[in-house]
Design a protein around this ligand. Structure first.
Ligand code: HAM
Length: 413
């Protein structure tokens, strides 16, 4: 026998018995996001690599270590590691900057990051997310966070922690970075290798390092003093205060986390994550924030924006599994031609129906019906002669006989 080819490490099949959970997430996303005026957008999975090096940032782990990149016709192409950059590209390219603000878009689909796979972390994973363009006021940040919280509620997820922080603007953040650099300098040699690299290139990312020895350094009083200092300028502080006011008014519970910095370069002011205690180390179900410079950075007009994305695999691992949908009917008959005709009649009437293509024994067919369907449509000689069908409710065992043309009206589907 030929060798079996397996699925790639860090990727997974979504099997038929799991698909209903994915459809549930997608349907709820459409319902909830539509309530807030978001419209679905579908962008390609492949984009020019430059979109991500310019968009996500070439000092980030995502761009440096995790992208699936290949050459075609002398152009460097990448499987999207996230979708904010792609949506921004499409927003600019399709002239959406000319639409009245806000432009609200939502999406779902596969993303690709070459990370070390572990529980809750895959190389091909799926995100559902929203992006809102054109509003600089904190009402937009608040509405986006509220959209995320209400989506999670609609999935039955109520006890999640919303964490927020403000990264300030590039100007006030630079002062903060200078101070942080200064206070960490004496400890440089004790930092982990990743943090040593980030010290020059991506200083803020040091703050969410998970290595114990680094965490100890951040706990030192002089470092804490810098981290907890109110470094953001008056305008950024006002934006953050207003955001908190809106969240309070809307009944969104949140905690402030000064160490929340996010792993992508495009953020300014508001950043947020929503975390679960039931997910182990990969505990973020949602990450997002404001990215006011990205549209201009990618060649569009200066347009403020804010959004989030959630990991769909992580959401699925938190929600109660749903029973896959059963067929409406299964035809039980040893007259295959008549069974075939009846199946087609019922399908035309809107039912999901199967019959036994191999014409097994009557009892075997009935056994199968009780496993896969809500009703057994029994077709014996008598029924065929009278143009009728016997219908057995497979939940309660009750059976009726009815005319074929009108029988579906008598069902509780
Ligand atoms: P992110 O934090 O990189 O943000 O990803 C968002 C969410 O995707 C994470 O919170 C997590 O649930 C999920 N996720 C990320 N990587 C993996 C993985 N390897 N396996 C499974 N799930 C994963 C972004 O992607 C931004 N584009 C979010 C955003 C939208 N910001 C503004 N707008």
């Amino acid at each position: 026998m030929a060798e079996i080819i397996k699925v790639l490490k860090g990727t997974k099949d979504i099997l038929p018995q799991e698909v209903n959970m994915w459809q549930f997430l997608e349907k709820k996303a459409d319902q909830i996001f539509s309530k807030y005026g978001f419209k679905e957008i579908r962008t390609p999975i492949i984009e020019y690599t430059e979109l991500f090096s310019r968009g996500v940032g070439d000092t980030t782990d995502i761009v440096n270590k995790e992208m699936y990149t290949f050459e075609k016709s002398d152009r460097s192409i990448t499987l999207r590691p996230e979708n904010t950059a792609g949506v921004v590209r499409s927003y600019i390219e399709n002239g959406m900057t000319r639409l009245p603000a806000p432009v609200k878009l939502w999406y779902h689909g596969p993303m690709f990051r070459y990370e070390r796979p572990q529980a809750g972390r895959q190389r091909q994973f799926h995100q559902v997310g929203v992006e809102m363009f054109g509003v600089k006021q904190p009402t937009a940040d608040a509405e986006v966070i509220l959209t995320a919280v209400n989506y999670l509620k609609a999935l039955g997820l109520n006890d999640l922690d919303v964490e927020i922080n403000s990264l300030g603007c590039p100007k006030c953040r630079q002062e903060f970075k200078n101070k942080l650099k200064e206070v960490l300098k004496p400890y440089f040699n004790d930092l982990c290798e990743d943090c040593k690299n980030r010290y020059e290139k991506n200083l803020l990312r040091l703050l969410d390092c998970k290595v114990e020895s680094c965490k100890k350094i951040f706990e030192k009083s002089e470092v804490q003093e810098v981290i907890n200092s109110d470094f953001i300028c008056d305008e950024c502080a006002e934006h953050y205060t207003e955001l908190k006011l809106y969240l309070n008014k809307m009944g969104v519970n949140y905690t402030e986390n000064k160490l929340l910095v996010r792993g992508l370069d495009y953020y300014n002011r508001t950043v947020f994550e929503i975390k679960s205690n039931n997910l182990g180390s990969q505990n973020a179900v949602c990450g997002g924030g404001r990215y006011d410079s990205l549209v201009a950075q990618l060649g569009g007009e200066d347009t403020p924006a804010v959004g989030f994305a959630m990991g769909m695999e992580r959401l699925i691992s938190l929600i109660t599994p749903k029973e896959p949908k059963k067929l409406d009917g299964y035809i039980v008959s040893n007259f295959p031609v008549d069974a075939f005709v009846l199946a087609e009649e019922l399908r035309h009437q809107g039912l999901n129906v199967e019959f036994d293509l191999t014409n097994r024994k009557f009892t075997k067919q009935l056994e199968k019906a009780s496993k896969v369907a809500k009703y057994a449509f029994i077709l014996g000689e008598d029924e065929i002669l009278k143009h009728q069908v016997s219908i057995k409710n497979l939940d309660n065992g009750k059976q009726i006989t009815a005319d074929r043309a009108t029988c579906t009206k008598m069902l509780d589907l």
